[in-house]
Design a protein around this ligand. Structure first.
Ligand SMILES: *[C@@H]1O[C@H](CO)[C@@H](O)[C@H](O)[C@H]1NC(C)=O
Ligand SMILES: *[C@@H]1O[C@H](CO)[C@@H](O)[C@H](O)[C@H]1NC(C)=O
Ligand SMILES: [Ca+2]
Length: 409
């Protein structure tokens, strides 16, 4: 009954049969049935999803011990997070078994969906067709997210793997591939490579609106994506503040624009969003520094406007007049920022910064910038063009460190 490529799972069942004396027969029957129907899942399961069988502790062998499964999370050897649940439940919920957990009493159950799928489980991954292999097909690949509970207010998308076609070279517009979200708050259109980045989507109240995640592709490109979709309760501590596309907690960390890379990145056009950093208890201000750039002789960690192939200083301030050294088209906004190494500090503070050097004042020296405006937020705006004045900008990458309230701010 089990096909050849399912040797792995069937072998696994036999072992589980010995342990789960009470469940035995049904489990192994189900597991073969469920897998017969699936196609791309088989590819995954047959090749790269080797279960990570941990050494089992003989102390947990007694048949009548309580099975410690149902609540814990586990990690598949291919990196996905799963739920440690009884095998039977995993198969009923159309999960993919990824090896034993809880000392063999549970199964690490991973939920994956690709084009046309419906997400009905927390922490489901939206993956490209053929995942973990690349996909060069074109069209629109969509999954619909259904709330697992009416009391879910947000979705967090973790772009574990994300590499789709980059924006075009002249104006950095995503005209080939795009990630789109409909049914929730609008998100900026993104493309290119953004593995490790995340987004929060407002899911509204109640059961009403389904959210659709789409990856639109055209032209040839070896694409791969694996996006973890976490559902967040309205009352959850991990809920992001209203209106924050990205949300960070912790005293220090790194923020960066989508498709950022000091060598191959292109700052995306048509961006308009905020990045929020939770002010931790007893911290009153925040400092930002351009990330180290280990790949270029001249740092490209902060290149927002101008020609980044040449040395370009920082520009600050906004206004309506297009004058030299102001930020009219593309900018990062940090409320009332000052360079910290100025003694005494400059009287005026600035909000917008752009150009090719990170600083709170016009110049060619990169500086540490501090702001005590709370909540801690950065607003990023780019218009729809780069050429002809803006060339090869990479976007921004900043390291932040919150400063204790005793620091004079
Ligand atoms: C979804 O899972 C995460 C952990 O992965 C958890 O923090 C969150 O509360 C869960 N959401 C719901 C709605 O149960
Ligand atoms: C850095 O500078 C050296 C010496 O001028 C040059 O040979 C090298 O190509 C430069 N590297 C990059 C990444 O620009
Ligand atoms: Ca622009």
């Amino acid at each position: 009954m089990c096909q050849q490529q399912h040797k792995l799972s069937c072998g696994l069942n036999i072992r589980i049969v010995f342990k789960f004396v009470l469940f035995t027969f049904t489990i192994s029957q189900n597991s073969c049935k469920v897998q017969e129907g699936s196609s791309w899942k088989d590819i995954i399961f047959g090749s790269k999803w080797m279960p990570s069988v941990g050494a089992r502790d003989p102390r947990f062998l007694p048949i009548f011990s309580v099975v410690p499964v149902g609540t814990g999370t586990c990690t598949a050897s291919s990196g996905e997070q799963g739920n440690c649940i009884p095998q039977k439940e995993c198969l009923l919920r159309a999960g993919i078994p990824a090896g034993p957990c809880a000392g063999g009493y549970g199964l690490c159950c991973v939920f994956l969906q690709t084009c046309g799928g419906v997400i009905r489980e927390n922490s489901t991954y939206f993956v490209n067709p053929n995942h973990p292999d690349v996909y060069d097909g074109t069209g629109s690949c969509q999954v619909t997210v259904q709330k697992i509970h009416p009391d879910v207010c947000q979705l967090r998308l973790d772009l574990d793997m994300f590499s789709i076609a980059p924006p075009e070279a002249l104006n950095h517009v995503c005209n080939q591939d795009q990630l789109l979200v409909s049914g929730g708050t609008p998100i900026p259109t993104i493309c290119g490579a953004s593995a490790g980045d995340h987004m929060y989507i407002d899911a509204g109240l109640g059961q009403s609106n389904a959210i659709v995640l789409s990856v639109i592709t055209s032209g040839t490109f070896s694409r791969i994506w694996r996006i973890r979709v976490t559902q967040i309760h309205c009352g959850s501590l991990s809920r992001a503040d209203q209106g924050c596309l990205q949300y960070y907690t912790g005293i220090s960390g790194r923020v960066r624009s989508f498709n950022f890379n000091t060598v191959t990145g292109r700052q995306l056009s048509n961006q308009d969003y905020s990045i929020c950093i939770r002010a931790e208890r007893n911290f009153c201000s925040i400092q930002y520094n351009a990330c180290p750039d280990t790949e270029n002789n001249r740092s490209r960690s902060f290149t927002i406007s101008g020609n980044s192939n040449n040395p370009t200083g920082s520009m600050v301030g906004g206004g309506t007049q297009v004058t030299q050294n102001t930020c009219i088209n593309d900018w990062l906004l940090i409320g009332c920022m000052r360079s910290v190494d100025r003694i005494p500090p400059l009287a005026a503070c600035e909000d917008r910064v752009c150009g090719g050097t990170f600083s709170a004042e016009v110049g060619t020296i990169q500086r540490t910038v501090q702001s005590s405006v709370r909540p801690f937020r950065l607003y990023f705006h780019t218009d729809g063009v780069e050429a002809p004045t803006d060339i090869d900008n990479r976007g921004f990458c900043l390291d932040f460190v919150q400063q204790p309230c005793t620091n004079g701010f």
